[in-house]
Design a protein around this ligand. Structure first.
Ligand code: 2AM
Ligand code: CA
Length: 254
């Protein structure tokens, strides 16, 4: 696994160099499911770049990627889960606060995850048999603090509509941050800077953070408290296991 983990770290750094080099080009922007669900030519090219490298190095492995027809079942053997740009709206509108993400599974068991904050040059990686670190600095497991001394991250629309009582819960914490990238938000949770993250996201948006979080005392559940299906887009919460009962008391069952 060591060699694969090293391969993934090298690959994500190369993909970041590739994206950074091309960021100044005129982007070709397309709308997917709705006006705020975007994809650019760089999302697609960055995914192709990673797919090509994985297929060359590991021809028998499967791929689940956001921007192509490569939709392997996450439980089907050796599977690479790719999000070539997480936070595409940030990428397009701000040129910052977007991430590249890779997760690797064997028979449905997460082996390691990587989140690369491209503009800040911060690589979060680890999980499974590997320590979770950011640019070589080991991250500590969650340490409990009072809720009213912590921030949460959330999807702006879900917060604004008080989805399942999210805004009510948010009134008990120090504040809400809407960062626009699931990967960057969840990396802040892993750092202990955000207590939790609430959003409606897909496997490629949460796989890497979920694997790393397991190691540091976090878990990813649907907002109604069930395990995820690892297939569709779902309303999820990425929370410390130690605060699960407290959070579930406030986030209402659907
Ligand atoms: P993406 O940029 O890879 O699509 C924005 O709130 C966060 O939610 C981003 O991490 C975004 O990932 C994710 N997201 C998932 N599905 C989305 C959708 N249909 N529309 C907008 N953002 C989506
Ligand atoms: Ca994406």
């Amino acid at each position: 696994m060591e060699a694969k983990f090293k391969f993934a770290q090298d690959l994500i750094r190369q993909a970041a160099v590739y994206v950074r080099q091309r960021m100044t080009e005129d982007l070709q922007i397309e709308q997917k499911s709705q006006f705020d669900d975007l994809v650019t030519n760089i999302d697609k090219d960055s995914q192709d770049f990673m797919v090509e490298a994985i297929q060359k190095a590991y021809p028998d492995d499967n791929i689940l990627g956001e921007e192509s027809e490569l939709y392997a079942d996450l439980k089907d053997g050796h599977v690479w889960v790719l999000d070539p740009i997480d936070g595409t709206v940030n990428f397009v509108a701000q040129g910052r606060d977007f991430a590249i993400m890779i997760a690797y599974y064997e028979d449905g068991v997460g082996q390691f995850g990587l989140i690369y904050d491209v503009v800040c040059d911060k690589l979060y990686s680890g999980g499974g048999e590997f320590e979770v670190s950011c640019n070589g600095r080991t991250l500590s497991p969650y340490q409990s603090r009072p809720l009213n001394r912590q921030l949460i991250g959330a999807n702006g629309r879900m917060y604004a509509s008080n989805y399942l009582g999210l805004a009510d819960f948010a009134s008990k914490v120090l504040g809400v941050r809407v960062l626009g990238s699931a990967g960057i938000s969840m990396s802040r949770v892993l750092e202990g800077q955000l207590l939790a993250y609430f959003s409606a996201i897909s496997p490629w948006d949460y796989a890497a953070a979920s694997i790393m979080g397991q190691k540091l005392g976090y878990e990813l559940l649907t907002m109604t408290g069930e395990p995820l299906d690892y297939e569709s887009r779902q309303a999820v919460m990425f929370i410390p296991r130690a605060e699960e009962a407290l959070i579930k008391r406030d986030i209402k069952k659907g």
